[in-house]
Unconditional design. Structure first.
Length: 399
């Protein structure tokens, strides 16, 4: 059941925290929301379901004033739904900042979702169920994703431990959704009373309202400590449709004037050069095409057209590094690559290690995952006649 069209849905993601309990070695001691997770950041994963849900009109990310990581994330996502504002000193201040940023656009009864920046495993079905829940009379006070507690719960009481009845106990998750004016008023009242609420539902409950509980996946975990990254990674691998991807590439160049050829970034002496717009490195060109093919991202000619004067005589390793960056931004990594050079000459056996080292450095993987071999065509065809050379590449990419 869709949310009524007259009540738009906005989302706020408080991402101004420093993550004091988190100790992962992220660049420049970046907070946990920017920790790397399966080729992206925790925050990118946390935003994914919100940005994909068609009922969400816009997503406001509330950032720390000195956040140096967000521009890189925004550049990768390039989503028109994304907006930013500066957060506060704590969570409820940060959410209020997000609400203030929407004050001139959101109606009093528009719905506002609040989702933790460090909950990367939110799935689309749970988000949809949450929005459906507030489109009923029972959802008038808002709704909270939650998971029933199934473990036995203990409470420490001074000198002894007591077992707590888990009947009716739930773990509050996010997103949580409330009417714009309702949530804004509740958070302001909590601040005036000096009450530090641990989630938005607590602030609303202080107003005498009872949000609905919507059962969500227990896999909607929050990254709080470094070890939680491994848990989130395993959940995403288990629940996401992230299959292995296979790509193939082929490139060929005719011989022409010159005294060398370039293969795998290695200059190899040869009585002839190649006719090419760039340096004519068939190994790298085939490998780039294989990677782009596995990603479903076109081919090398689309990204580096030979009609562009910028690429005249270009070092093909530059192309490979750009393609590798696109692969990583897509959350993929190379499992292995197999390259075959087809030529009567030059012989490459003495150069294979150097070629693999170059490809390894540009792809950011071990040279042991790159196999380079060569064959002739038994003097058949244009290659057999010494008129040119070619390369075939196959790659396997995984999440």
């Amino acid at each position: 059941m869709p949310v009524h069209a007259a009540r738009r849905v906005w989302a706020i993601v408080p991402a101004a925290g420093r993550g004091s309990r988190f100790s992962a070695s992220t660049p420049r001691s970046a907070p946990k929301q920017y920790a790397p997770l399966l080729g992206a950041t925790v925050l990118e994963w946390s935003l994914r379901a919100l940005l994909a849900e068609p009922r969400v009109h816009a997503v406001v990310v509330a950032l720390a004033a000195d956040d140096a990581e967000w521009p890189g994330v925004a550049a990768k996502l390039q989503n028109p739904k994304l907006r930013t504002t500066i957060g506060g000193v704590n969570r409820q201040d940060t959410v209020l900042s997000g609400l203030d940023a929407l004050a001139t656009q959101a109606a009093a009864d528009d719905w506002v979702l609040v989702h933790d920046a460090a909950r990367p495993c939110l799935n689309a079905a749970d988000l949809s169920a949450l929005l459906d829940a507030v489109d009923t009379e029972a959802g008038a006070a808002g709704a909270v994703l939650a998971a029933p507690i199934v473990d036995t719960v203990k409470r420490e009481l001074g000198d002894h431990v007591a077992t707590v009845d888990r009947q009716g106990l739930w773990r509050a998750l996010t997103p949580q959704v409330f009417a714009f004016a309702q949530l804004r008023h509740a958070l302001k009242e909590a601040a005036l009373a000096g009450v530090a609420v641990t989630d938005e539902a607590q602030a609303v409950e202080r107003m005498g309202l009872r949000p609905a509980l919507v059962q969500g996946s227990p896999f909607n975990v929050k990254v709080t400590r470094e070890g939680d990254l491994a848990v989130a990674s395993n959940i995403l691998k288990m629940t996401e449709d992230m299959p292995m991807r296979v790509g193939q590439g082929f490139d060929v160049h005719a011989f022409g004037e010159g005294d060398h050829v370039v293969l795998g970034g290695v200059r190899i002496a040869h009585p002839k050069g190649v006719v090419a717009h760039s340096d004519g490195d068939v190994v790298i060109h085939a490998l780039c095409d294989a990677i782009l093919g596995a990603m479903g991202d076109g081919d090398i000619g689309q990204h580096f057209p030979d009609s562009d004067p910028r690429y005249r005589g270009a070092d093909s390793r530059v192309f490979l590094r750009v393609v590798a960056a696109r692969m990583q931004a897509a959350g993929l990594k190379m499992i292995n690559a197999d390259v075959t050079v087809l030529a009567e000459a030059p012989r490459i056996s003495a150069h294979r290690a150097a070629m693999a080292a170059n490809l390894s450095a540009d792809l950011g993987i071990s040279a042991q995952l790159i196999n380079i071999k060569a064959t002739t065509t038994e003097r058949l065809g244009f290659i057999g006649r010494g008129e040119g050379l070619a390369a075939l590449a196959s790659v396997l990419l995984g999440p």
